[in-house]
Write a protein that binds this ligand. Structure first.
Ligand SMILES: [Ca+2]
Ligand SMILES: [Ca+2]
Length: 446
């Protein structure tokens, strides 16, 4: 991974070199070394009360307090036993509590699948140690059925420790991926094919980590929202329906709603015929349901996430053909169904209309369908000249406007509209069968 924005993977394997680090722990290092780590080899060793959580253990007594037998925390024999078991799991001879500490994390239960925990390099910002970890699923069954646990031995550190899961799964079974803070050039370079002048390249800094859904919001997830709230989408409320392909042309009809289109959808297809206002209502409901802020991405967050460290027209490369592996767009199968779709590409991507989310390859952040499938609403108002005056840090879009931004192209569009930098927009009540959305979730760290 040479792109700088990706997380450096840290092997779960042990460095016995830990023994040579028995000097003073680093005081102002930006990165702490993981001396040893292991994942659910002895799951009863450390038990945490909450899923997706972590603890710091600085003594054998604390270790027993977090084990299956917390009542015996003060028992020296129990301490010795737990310490020895932990050392065995870490393939170490001994843990030196005066110099080292254990980071323990627990993932989320995942439909009976087994999993393992992988630690990324813990980073120190000021006096805060940030531990990013990743839960990986294993298809093969493992004797232990609880949520995956993992622990890592690092140099002792006395500041604040924050655990940041690389991936979370929320109450709608939606995967949320951590997008690391960073800088990028938003817009397109002068020479880019099909570029528009409004795509003025300018440096933008995303100052905070955030979680972005791995997939577009699905019909099944939207169904859960409707079931819980009896919400009526704008297409249903005013009885006018949405704009959609009816087998012949793209036209607005009352019967076209998120529930029914000319083509077949399963619960895994992206929800469409949802207006910007409908998307906001979904976010408000989910925020209340989980006690955590959900919202639409800003236009800058969306492009940053779409690029995932790349600078080319698409995250997969510069040529139209590079979209083949990553995008459901207007292709040969669409032209078979929609004769007038002269703009369709010649290749066959297998899907004339929407495809189940995640049917194509992910980008370097692990996100699917950022190019194509359905357009995605962003939170910003649209302004053609916004890039000439937008702030460098965390731009939120103009304060007023008529239309909201949407990004990424769709099953009905040609490659140039799927470009990372391309901006589209519609009034907030607009709804069609090629527009959906995905959500941002606040990080749970302080
Ligand atoms: Ca297609
Ligand atoms: Ca999309």
């Amino acid at each position: 991974m040479s792109r700088g924005l990706s997380f450096p993977g840290v092997c779960v394997v042990v460095a016995l070199a830990a023994m040579s680090l028995h000097g003073q722990p680093p005081k102002d290092a930006k990165e702490l070394k993981i001396l040893a780590s292991a994942s659910d080899t002895e799951p009863n060793l450390i038990r945490l009360k909450k899923d997706d959580s972590g603890v710091v253990i600085r003594s054998a007594q604390e270790l027993v307090a977090h084990s299956a037998k917390p009542d015996s925390a003060k028992d020296p024999a129990a301490q010795k036993e737990a310490e020895a078991a932990l050392a065995r799991a870490l393939k170490l001879e001994k843990i030196d509590w005066s110099m080292q500490m254990i980071l323990a994390v627990q993932g989320h239960p995942s439909k009976g699948e087994a999993g393992s925990i992988r630690f990324d390099v813990p980073r120190i910002t000021e006096k805060v140690l940030r531990v990013v970890w990743n839960q990986e699923h294993r298809v093969t069954r493992f004797p232990y059925k609880g949520p995956p646990t993992g622990f890592a031995l690092v140099d002792r550190f006395e500041g604040e420790v924050v655990f940041v899961p690389r991936k979370q799964v929320n109450s709608l079974d939606m995967s949320l991926l951590l997008i690391p803070a960073g800088k990028f050039v938003m817009g397109s370079p002068k020479g880019e094919e099909d570029r528009l002048d409004e795509e003025l390249p300018h440096e933008v800094e995303i100052t905070q980590h955030f979680y972005l859904a791995k997939h577009e919001v699905t019909v099944g997830q939207f169904k859960a929202f409707i079931k819980a709230t009896n919400y009526q989408t704008e297409a249903e409320k005013d009885g006018k329906g949405g704009k959609a392909f009816d087998g012949k042309e793209f036209v607005q009809k009352p019967e076209f709603t998120w529930k029914k289109l000319h083509f077949t959808q399963t619960d895994d297809h992206p929800v469409t015929v949802v207006s910007w206002n409908d998307a906001m209502a979904f976010c408000a409901w989910l925020s209340k349901k989980e006690g955590r802020i959900y919202r639409l991405p800003t236009e800058a967050e969306w492009e940053y996430a779409c690029r995932a460290g790349t600078k080319t027209r698409f995250s997969a490369g510069a040529r139209d053909a590079d979209l083949q592996a990553v995008a459901n767009l207007a292709d040969a199968t669409l032209q078979l169904k929609w004769k007038d779709a002269f703009w369709a590409t010649k290749w066959n991507d297998g899907f004339p209309f929407t495809s189940p989310v995640g049917s194509f390859q992910a980008n370097d952040f692990g996100l699917h369908d950022m190019h194509g499938n359905v357009w995605e609403w962003c939170s910003d108002w649209y302004d053609e000249s916004y890039y000439t005056k937008s702030p460098k840090q965390d731009p939120q879009g103009p304060t007023t406007g008529k239309e909201r931004v949407q990004r990424g192209g769709a099953w009905s569009t040609q490659p140039k509209f799927c470009r990372c930098a391309f901006r589209d927009y519609h009034v907030p009540v607009y709804r069609s069968d090629c527009v959906g959305f995905r959500v941002v979730a606040a990080t749970t760290e302080k």
